[in-house]
Design a protein around this ligand. Sequence first.
Ligand SMILES: [Fe+2]
Length: 385
Amino acid sequence: MPAKRHTVFRSASGALYHEELFGTEGFAGMSSLVYHLYPPTRVKERSQPYSVRPQIAIEDNLQARSYLTFDAPPVADYINSRKTLFVNNDMSIAVAAPSASMNDYFFKNADADEMIFVHMGSGTLRTMYGNITFAYGDYLIIPRGTVYRFQFDTGHNKLLIVESNGPIETPARYRNNYGQYLEHSPFCERDFRMPEQMETHDEQGDFLINIKKRGLIYPYVYETHPFDVVGWDGCSYPYAFSIFNFEPITGRIHMPPPIHQTFQGRNFVICSFVPRLYDYHPDAIPAPYHHSNVDSDELLYYVDGDFMSRNNIKKGQITLHPGGLPHGPHPGAIERSIGKKETKEFAVMIDPFNPVKITADAMSMEVKDYYQSWLLAGKKEEPVI
Ligand SMILES: [Fe+2]
């Protein structure tokens, strides 16, 4: 790295390195300065784009619904494996079961920051900043525009993906004016994993980057390897955070859902539900009260835990409780929760503040008549958060 930014920086052979400012919000947001062996602009070919826009099945929804996302079949190709289920103007939610690594192309999402929650599988996320090894329970946050490639350890992978048209950040209330995490935050700097083991690829040839923009995939062939970086610094880069490092906030009586918040985007939040002690007031009711989330849809993705011992919730199942209707525990759940000491559940909740549209892919995974499930007193046993 040169002592000063935007100054002469040469290799041992005398060639200039090529500096790139990488940011996602003009010149005002987080950015990094990256030094390449070659200019990041050498396009050899571009092919016709093709559409991966989801087909919308339901534009307007006021019905509680549920989906079995593990029904999504494994697909070898990473881009084709991504099945978008819900979408609005701020974000979209997809699941993916990629069964092969990305060996013959790179991917760049030009529209959206990505949050990729790893429900099954492990491997390495490769980027120009370096590599991030990942495993079950990791959230991977990838700023939009970042070129990346997934290398999976096996063919058995299940991913939950949020695409955000604005930056994905940690909640502002957990950071001080300087950006440091405060003492009451459920995580701190040590819990985040940056890219490591940066690899400098001095290679020329044909390097295919499939670029996603406005629901189209544009195949671009570059002359040089996109990971040709010799050094970088700054504040824009992909990172990982494990749900197992989320420290739950508990109380004597029921704490509201914001204590689970992990990330914020433009008009949505992402929350982590993790094993924790239940409320410890002697008369506390650990089950949540009924609530009317009038100004927010609420999507809960079940990961693991004691809900597995119950009859009607499976791993990878999503419930959608639309804004405008009250929802709450299933029959019997409130009484059952009294006196319980702890929960072992893992779940990821996504609350979009604008209603989501439901895609045809989601409909193919839908659990029928979920909206009537509160009628069946004593017959069903499901957790509701
Ligand atoms: Fe809720």
